[in-house]
Each structure stands twice: as C-alpha cells, then as structure tokens.
Design a protein around this ligand. Structure first.
Ligand SMILES: Nc1ncnc2c1ncn2[C@@H]1O[C@H](COP(=O)(O)OP(=O)(O)OP(=O)(O)O)[C@@H](O)[C@H]1O
Length: 235
C-alpha cells in the first residue's frame, strides 16, 4: 500500500480565525479516500490548503513523500495534483472546449495540446457538446466538464469537493462510476469531500470524519453506515 498524500498536524487559518486545528490523514495510491463532515467543519479549507490556495500555518503535507506545504498551486498542478472546487467553477460564456483548455492554463501551459481523445473517452457527452456554452449544460454535465478539466493535466491525485451538489441521484451514480474507473483502471487517487452517505458508500475505499478542524473518526467503507456517523451528519 503506497501512501500518495499525507498530512500531519496540519493547521491553517483565515487571518486570526484558525480553521484546521491539526489534521492527520493518509490517502492511499489508486484509492478513493472520502472526507465526511457537516457544513463548516473545514473540509473545503482542507482541500484548498492541500492545493496551496490557503496557507499552511503549521504541520506538514507530503505528496509522494515530498513536503509540499509551502508550494504554490501551479507547481502542485505540475506535480500531478488537480483540484475540482465546490460549485465546479465552469465559465458559462466559454464553450466546453474552451473550458477544457483552462485546465492547460492551470499548468502554466497555455499552448499545450489538449488530450482530447483521453477526455472524450472518459466523458463522451463532452465530445458532442464541444461547442456548446458551459452555461447551457445541466448540473451533471457541468460536473463532468469540471472533472474532465481536472483530467487535462494527467493528474495522479484529484481533490474533489462535493461533486453531487445540485445533481440528481441517477447522474451522481454515473459520476461515482467514472471516479471508480479512474481509480481502478488508471490508478488515480481521489480525495473526495462529500456529505451524502448514499453517494459516498458507492465509491469510498476509506473514510475520515471531520469535526471542527480535525479528523475524529476513520475506517473502511463498511463502517460508513455507522449510527455514529449518521447521527453526526444529521445533527
Ligand atoms: N475565505 C474565508 N475567510 C474567512 N473564513 C472563512 C473563509 N472561507 C471559509 N471560512 C470559514 O471557515 C470555516 C470552515 O469552512 P469550510 O468551507 O472549510 O467548511 P466545509 O466543511 O467545507 O463546509 P461546507 O460543506 O459548507 O463547504 C467556516 O466557519 C467558514 O465560515
């Protein structure tokens, strides 16, 4: 079992307001690691801190055994980390193709060639909709586009924030299937932030439960249905 990402005593703050109070977790290569927890406990902040969008105030983050805590986002992107933010951040007035091209820019590689074949094999609908405006896609299609854009940089790790938000359950299940394929067939690791147990249990290999800026529980996917977790999420 190879650890691809690991944090130890990770702390981060917005100004004077500390949000991460010493986060410890490990993500295994080629597996889907899910971070669950209620609104406002710091899940999004954790992903942003890993990506370098929020500064580390203490502790460490290691990616493939290398300390990355102080690196800027574009450097992490080049190392193979990709981030799909909550709300997807599709540019509505750009076409699907142009939105995909933005994935190249995150790499600092505006002129590079888009790996279209790879992308369209994973997400066939995007091929048909190549010239359609991002803003005219459904929520589920936008989520596919956001994931596809993250794949443009050929990542080994994808940080994915609440992909099911505003998406109908049947489409969410299709996205779960795509993510499982990425992990099983392409050995891509996924760090998923998710609040919906029904979705999480479809694809999670190992979970962490976060509360007030720390991990408070962890375990295999069979434990996801624990009364304890259900209780925590429904409070
Ligand atoms: N830019 C910011 N400046 C100051 N405080 C912030 C900022 N962004 C988030 N916070 C605060 O940090 C805390 C953690 O937010 P975060 O978004 O990480 O939680 P979350 O667990 O991802 O919740 P959600 O599921 O609602 O996204 C919240 O109290 C939030 O109000």
């Amino acid at each position: 079992m190879e650890i691809i990402l690991e944090s130890n005593n990770l702390q981060a703050a917005y100004g004077q307001s500390t949000i991460l109070w010493g986060v410890n977790f490990k993500a295994v290569k080629g597996k889907i690691t899910t971070i669950m927890g209620r609104n406002g406990v710091g899940k999004t902040t954790l992903l942003k801190t890993i990506m370098g969008l929020v500064k580390v105030s203490d502790g460490s983050i290691k990616f493939q055994k290398e300390e990355i805590g102080a690196m800027p986002p574009h450097k992490k992107a080049r190392m193979g980390i990709s981030y799909v933010p909550q709300g997807r951040e599709i540019i509505p007035k750009l076409t699907v193709y142009e939105n995909l091209k933005l994935g190249m820019e995150a790499l600092g590689n505006k002129k590079g060639k888009l790996p279209e074949e790879v992308i369209y094999e994973l997400f066939p609908i995007l091929k048909d909709f190549r010239k359609r405006l991002g803003g005219n896609l459904s929520g589920g299609q936008q989520q596919q586009l956001a994931l596809a854009r993250a794949m443009v940089s050929n990542p080994s790790l994808i940080l994915l924030d609440e992909p099911t938000e505003g998406i109908q359950p049947s489409i969410a299940m299709e996205i779960a299937q795509v993510l499982k394929n990425l992990a099983r067939e392409k050995n891509i690791s996924v760090l998923l932030v998710e609040q919906k147990i029904d979705f999480a249990k479809q694809l999670t290999d190992y979970y962490y439960f976060m509360d007030r800026g720390k991990m408070v529980m962890e375990g295999g996917k069979e434990e996801l249905e624990h009364q304890e977790i259900k209780k925590h999420l429904s409070v």
